[in-house]
Design a protein around this ligand. Sequence first.
Ligand SMILES: [Zn+2]
Length: 153
Amino acid sequence: MKTRRDKLDTLFSLLVRERAGWTCEVCSRYFPEDARQSLHCSHHFSRRKRSIRLSPLNASAHCFSCHQTLGENPVLFHDWIKGHLGDEKFAALKVQAERLVRLRKRDKADIYSNLKASLQDMQARRRAGETGRIEFEDPMPDEVWATTGASAA
Ligand SMILES: [Zn+2]
């Protein structure tokens, strides 16, 4: 099932690929500026899981070919994610994936600002010559997590 992409997804996708320095995180192929659409933002768990849709742990930059190979081999994909994140982060992501979040308009605006700030920071560091991986924070406002504990679907 396809989930529609919104402007938060677009920013997040840019961040995930910029974080990786426009390099496939599986085969290390680099994508120069004129070929960047061939590098994908690949979600580990489905984007339908709202709580982790924009989590830095839940996506990687994959070239078309690696994305396809992993997409066709769920077991391989699972092993790759686990190895990529490490056991601890993988376990944390799995817990977060099952949490329910209800985002209000204000929360979405906050998330947008957080993503935008991270991207601008990253791009400034690139312009200053920084190479390699640059991490970014989970854009989800803390209060969203604080209010989701007991809520039902
Ligand atoms: Zn690749």
